[in-house]
Design a protein around this ligand. Structure first.
Ligand code: ARG
Length: 404
C-alpha cells in the first residue's frame, strides 16, 4: 500500500519543499492541511499552491473560533505569560494543529503526519507530544530535522521541482502569527545586544509615531473571559482583532526578551502581542479586585505552572486539566469592567469595577469614620511578628557569645 502522509502546510517555501520531498522520499500521497488561526494569509492561494504541487487532497480549516474559545480564553484565565513576558501565542496554536492533523489522518486512513518544525525549537515538541497522546499508532515525520538543507539548497530544490518561490524569500526573518500574537526570529535578531530594526514590526506602530492623544478602552469580562469593549458585546474573535488593532495603533504590545527554550537553548525572542498584553493586564487587575488575598496568591503560582506546561508542549497532560479545574472555579467571580489607557507604547489600568468586588471603602478609607478597628492591629502585630522576634533574639544571643 502506498504511504499516505498528512502534512501541516503553511504555503511557505519550507513546507512546499517538504511536500515534494515527502512525495519523493516516501513515494507518498500527501494530504495538506492549513489552519486559519488568524494569521491573515490567503487561504485560497495556499490551497491553489498545494493543488499545483500534486497533493491528493487539501484541507483549509477556519479554526479561529475554536482557537480562541478553547485555547486563548484559557490562557487569559491563566494570565499566561511564559517567564513573565511571552503570552505563549505560538505555543497555544500547536496542540490545535496537532489535533487537526491527527483527526484528518485517522479519517483519511493515513499512516503518518508531517510538520516543518526544526529540531532546535519548541514547536516540534508541542506538535509531537500532542499527536502521540492522541494517536500513538500514527507515525510522525519531521523532515527539517534530518534533511540539513540550507536556504540556498531549498531554493535550488524548489526551482528544480517547479515550486513557486515566495517574493519575500530574501527576507531574513522567520515569522509565526495567529490572533494572539506575532513572533519574529532570525537575522539581526539573533544578536541580543542589537535593537530590533523597525521593519520587523507589522502590528504595532513605533511609540515615536503613535497618536499624541491617549485612548481609553473599557473591557468587560464575564467569568474571566472578555465579552465586550466600550459597552458593546462582540464575539471573542472580533474582540481580539479589535484590541490588537487599537493597542497596536498606540505601540502597545512589543516584547523583546531572552527566553529559555525547552531544548536547553537561550534565545532572543521578539513578539508583537497587543491584544494579549492589554487583556492579560486588565484580567489580572480584575482578579485582584474579586479574589481573596489567599486565592490570588495561590493562583499566581498556578498561573506560572500553567504557562510552563503549555510552553513545554504538555497541553494534553492531565496536570493541565487539573489546573484548569482550579482556574475555572476561580473565574466564576471574575466578572466586571476594566478601563485601560493606551498612550505612546504604554498601557495603564486606570479603573475597575465588579459586582463581586471585595473592595470595601468603609474598611479602606483613611477617614476617621471607618469600620476597621485600629486597636485590634496591636495584638495582631504581636502574634504575626512573634516567630521573627524570637528568631532574632536567638541570633543576637549567639552573636554576642561569638564576640567574647
Ligand atoms: N519562541 C516562541 C515559542 O517557542 C516562538 C516560536 C516561533 N515559531 C516559529 N515557527 N517561528 O513559542
Amino acid at each position: 500500500m502506498q504511504n499516505k502522509i498528512v502534512l501541516a502546510y503553511s504555503g511557505g517555501l519550507d513546507t512546499s519543499v517538504l511536500l515534494k520531498w515527502l512525495q519523493q522520499k516516501y513515494d507518498a500521497e500527501v494530504i495538506t492541511v492549513t489552519l486559519d488561526v488568524g494569521q491573515k494569509e490567503d487561504l485560497d492561494a495556499i490551497e491553489k499552491k498545494a493543488t499545483k504541487l500534486g497533493v491528493l487532497k487539501h484541507y483549509s480549516i477556519d479554526a479561529k473560533k475554536e482557537f480562541v474559545e478553547k485555547y486563548v480564553s484559557q490562557a487569559i484565565k491563566a494570565n499566561a505569560l511564559y517567564e513573565g513576558k511571552y503570552p505563549v501565542s505560538t505555543a497555544l496554536s500547536r496542540p490545535l494543529i496537532a489535533e487537526k492533523l491527527i483527526e484528518i489522518a485517522l479519517q483519511e486512513e493515513a499512516n503518518a503526519i508531517a510538520h516543518g518544525c526544526t529540531g532546535k525549537g519548541n514547536d516540534q515538541v508541542r506538535i509531537e507530544v500532542t499527536a502521540k497522546a492522541l494517536a500513538p499508532e500514527i507515525k510522525i515525520i519531521a523532515p527539517v530535522r534530518e534533511w540539513k538543507m540550507t536556504r540556498d539548497a531549498e531554493i535550488e530544490f524548489a526551482k528544480k521541482h517547479g515550486i513557486p518561490i515566495p517574493v519575500d524569500v530574501e527576507k531574513p526573518y522567520s515569522v509565526d502569527q495567529n490572533l494572539w500574537g506575532r513572533s519574529i526570529e532570525c537575522g539581526i535578531l539573533e544578536h541580543p545586544d542589537k535593537e530590533p530594526p523597525e521593519d520587523i514590526f507589522e502590528w504595532t506602530v513605533s511609540p515615536e509615531n503613535t497618536p499624541d492623544k491617549p485612548e481609553y478602552l473599557e473591557i468587560e469580562f464575564e467569568k474571566g473571559v472578555p465579552k465586550g469593549i466600550n459597552g458593546q458585546t462582540i464575539s471573542p474573535v472580533d474582540l481580539i482583532e479589535r484590541v490588537n488593532q487599537l493597542a497596536g495603533k498606540h505601540g502597545v504590545g512589543r516584547i523583546d526578551h531572552i527566553e529559555n527554550r525547552l531544548v536547553g537553548i537561550k534565545s532572543r525572542e521578539v513578539y508583537e502581542c497587543p491584544a494579549a498584553t492589554v487583556i492579560i493586564e486588565a484580567h489580572k487587575d480584575l482578579e485582584k479586585l474579586v479574589l481573596t488575598r489567599h486565592e490570588y496568591s495561590f493562583k499566581q503560582q498556578v498561573d506560572v505552572l500553567w504557562a510552563n506546561l503549555v510552553y513545554t508542549g504538555l497541553w494534553m497532560d492531565p496536570l493541565k486539566e487539573d489546573l484548569d479545574a482550579f482556574i475555572d472555579k476561580t473565574q466564576e467571580r471574575v466578572c466586571g469592567r476594566v478601563k485601560v489607557k493606551l498612550y505612546k507604547g504604554g498601557l495603564q489600568v486606570v479603573g475597575r469595577s465588579s459586582p463581586f468586588s471585595l473592595y470595601d471603602i468603609d474598611l479602606a478609607t483613611y477617614n476617621i469614620e471607618t469600620t476597621f478597628d485600629q486597636m485590634s492591629s496591636a495584638g495582631f502585630i504581636e502574634l504575626w511578628g512573634l516567630p521573627t522576634k524570637v528568631a532574632n533574639a536567638l541570633k543576637r544571643k549567639k552573636g554576642a557569645k561569638k564576640n567574647v
